[in-house]
Write a protein that binds this ligand. Structure first.
Ligand code: LLP
Length: 421
């Protein structure tokens, strides 16, 4: 359920017509619905209300300060993977006590940043990382609260690039080696063992892989406890999928029910790291048609957004539905919706039915709220687009469109090159 709906053949975000927004903000732009974000956060979080738990929004999926603040206001925390994301989360007002730090390659500087902020926990992914964290914590005279991310070797049945819990993936500590790492951690004076974590992948459309890994984790926690290691936090990561097209992912309530049934008897605070399930269908990318052209075998609709603005179709072959902002009644046709980037891989939709469009028409690229703006780049020296948040009948530019000056900020021509031009 989202708040992008047609009224009189015009696409609205809540009570705001998209055509009006495009006229005032320019295109392309990312557009998020406050009501949808709120609803999705609550739909995910509420089913866990009977358990001690914390929903730490995965900042990488959508990292705008306004959106992080919105979830913090709803009681959410943040799952971060870099010093930059920590900076954002703190700036947005997420309390440090609700921040968990994931990722395989944390630098010592990033560890220090997290320790100084006194975040809830570091999800440590290797023994060497543990040693580094111990060293940094000693230097600062503090104790690091730690959870180890274990790799349970479970197939999440999703795209290979976003599968993370298989033995062949770079993530976590193989579950069979993890016991020894906990035993070592126990000896380290500036490390306080707090939890067990895992994250097996993204865009999961079945509950069973989550349950399979939870069972392995439970068994592992039992073994740790038998050794006298107390686990107070269990972090199950993120990964619940959304509907882009015909997928039928479990409803968050069903996911929560299955997890809670499996958790019975475990005395832990549950941490969850949802990203896509909350923001994916709460955001879209609005783009304008520049031109259309009919090639010998294909029709192309050339729009003003490209793979630099939304990388998912090019990178994962991901499907994003394309809808007309004004339903002209011209129907659908099979065409490629492509951007202005100089690469054949630059497409937003390929070989699918899309609205018959004419130059100047506006199109909505749906389900773009997660890993949309955050994966965008300046490739082809294209300024990154604006982000807009609609609440009811008002809108707020939550990130201004970049300018050409933004493109060259920080660049310099060294003196030895400056003589000739
Ligand atoms: N926690 C950890 C440790 C993660 O690595 C991720 C995502 C999440 C939580 C959030 O997962 P979610 O609930 O959003 O599935 N760029 C890709 C997705 C990459 C996911 C990376 N990790 C895409 O556009 O599909």
């Amino acid at each position: 359920m989202n708040h992008f709906t047609y009224k009189n053949k015009e696409l609205y975000c809540e009570d705001m017509p998209l055509a009006q927004l495009a006229a005032e903000v320019g295109t392309p732009f990312y557009l998020y619905s406050n009501a949808t974000l709120t609803r999705h956060f609550q739909a995910f979080d509420a089913p866990f209300q009977n358990l001690p738990h914390l929903s730490c929004f995965a900042v990488k999926s959508c990292s705008n300060l306004a959106i992080l603040r919105l979830f913090a206001n709803l009681g959410g925390g943040a799952d971060i993977v870099s010093g930059g994301e920590l900076f954002r989360a703190l700036r947005a007002g997420v309390p440090a006590a609700r921040i968990v730090y994931s990722g395989v390659g944390k630098t010592r500087e990033e560890m220090a940043q997290g320790l100084k902020a006194d975040i809830l926990q570091f999800n440590v992914e290797s023994e060497q990382e543990l040693d580094a964290l111990q060293e940094v914590a000693v230097g600062l005279g503090v104790t690091a609260r730690v959870s180890f991310r274990v790799n349970p070797d479970v197939d999440p049945k999703t795209h290979a690039y976003i599968s993370t819990g298989l033995a062949k993936n770079k993530f976590g500590i193989p579950i069979e080696q993890a016991g020894a790492v906990y035993a070592r951690a126990r000896q380290l004076p500036n490390i306080r063992i707090q939890g067990v974590s895992c994250h097996i992948g993204s865009q999961l459309t079945q509950v069973s892989p989550f349950i399979e890994s939870l069972r392995k984790l439970k068994d592992f926690i039992g073994r740790l406890q038998a050794e006298g290691i107390v686990i107070s936090h269990l972090d199950l990561g993120g990964g619940l999928g959304i509907q882009y097209r015909e997928e039928e992912p479990p409803h968050p309530a069903e996911y929560a029910r299955a997890i809670q049934a499996e958790l019975a008897g475990l005395d832990c605070t549950l941490i969850l790291e949802p990203g896509r399930v909350i923001v994916g269908n709460a955001g879209i990318l609005v783009t304008r048609v520049h031109y259309t052209k009919q090639g010998p075998t294909k029709k192309f609709v050339i729009v003003d957004a490209g793979m630099n603005d939304l990388a998912r179709p090019s990178l994962y072959g991901a499907y994003h539905a394309i809808r007309p902002v004004r339903d002209t009644g011209l129907g659908l046709e099979v065409a490629d919706v492509v951007g202005p980037i100089c690469e054949t891989g630059d497409f937003l939709s390929r070989d699918h039915e899309v609205p018959v469009s004419r130059p100047g028409d506006l199109l909505a690229v749906m389900s773009a709220g997660a890993y949309g703006f955050t994966m965008s780049s300046n490739y082809n020296s294209r300024p990154r687009v604006a982000e807009v948040l609609v609440a009811g009948d008002s809108y707020h530019v939550i990130r201004r469109r970049e300018t050409q000056d933004d493109l060259i900020r920080g660049e310099e021509i060294p003196a030895f090159l400056q003589e000739k031009a």
